[in-house]
Design a protein around this ligand. Sequence first.
Ligand code: NAD
Length: 254
Amino acid sequence: MLLEGKKAAIFGVANNRSIAYGIASAFKREGAQLCFSYLGDSLKKRVEPICEELGGDFTFPCDVASDDDITRSAEIVAEKWGKLDILVHSVAFANRDDLKGRFIDTSRDGFKLAMDISAYSLVGLARAFAPLLNPGASIICMTYYGSQKVITNYNVMGVAKAALEASVRYLAKDFGPANIRVNAISAGPIRTLAASGIGDFHQIGSLFSARAPLGRLVTIEEVGNTAAFLASDHASAITGECLFVDGGFQSVAL
Ligand code: NAD
C-alpha cells in the first residue's frame, strides 16, 4: 500500500461526489489514516458519516475565510495526531453571479472573495500546518485549466486558480528545504456541487469529452489515484508541479 503509516488531513469534502471524497477513498485504500474538515453545521451532517464510512479518525470545523478557524484546525490535528504527512486542499468558492456572463463585470468584493477562499486559503493552511508536517510530507491542491486559457463562464475562478498555481510554486520553494512537497492537480470537468455553480457547466463537459484524446470525462476516482501517487514516496522528486488529470484535453489545440 502506497500510503501505509501516513496521516492525511482532507479539506473540501461536501458529499460523496466531491473530488476530496475520491481522494480520501484512494488514500484509505492505500492505507492512510484520515481526518476531515467541514464547513458549517449543515456539512458536518454530511461529512461525519463519510468520515465513518472511510474509517477516518475525526472531523473538525473550518471555514478557510477565518484565520482563527485555520489556527484552530491545526491545533486540533496537533492534539489528536501530533504530526501529519499529507494536507489536501480541495476548496474553492466564488459568487454564482461571477461565474456567468462577462468577466469584466466582476465586483471588487467578488474578486476578493474568490481569491481569498480559492487561493489565499492554501497559503494560510500551509503556514498553520507547517510545524506539524513530517519530512517527506505532501501538500496537494486542486486546480482547473481555466487558470491558463479562457473557459466561458469560469471568469474570476480562472484568475483565482492562476493565483493558486503560482502559490504552489512559491510554497514549493519555501517548503523544499524541509523536504515537503507542494503540488496541484488540474482535473478535467467533473459534475460536483461546486461545478453546478458554473454557468452552462454541462456544455463545458460535452465540449471537453468531444476534444479530449480519451474522449470522456474524468472521474473523482482517477483524481484520487493521482493524489495518492503525489502523496506517496514514489513522487519524492515532484514539487511545484501542476499535474493534469484531464484525459489529455490541454494537449490538444484543434
Ligand atoms: P465540492 O463542492 O464537492 O467541493 C468544494 C468544497 O469547498 C466543499 O467541500 C466546500 O465546503 C468547500 N468550501 C467552500 N468554501 C469554503 C470555505 N470558506 N471554507 C472551507 N471550505 C469551503 O466541489 P469539487 O468540484 O469537488 O471542488 C473541489 C476542488 O476541485 C475545488 O478547488 C475546485 O475548484 C476544484 N476543481 C473542480 C473541478 C470540477 O470540474 N468539479 C475541476 C477542477 C478543479
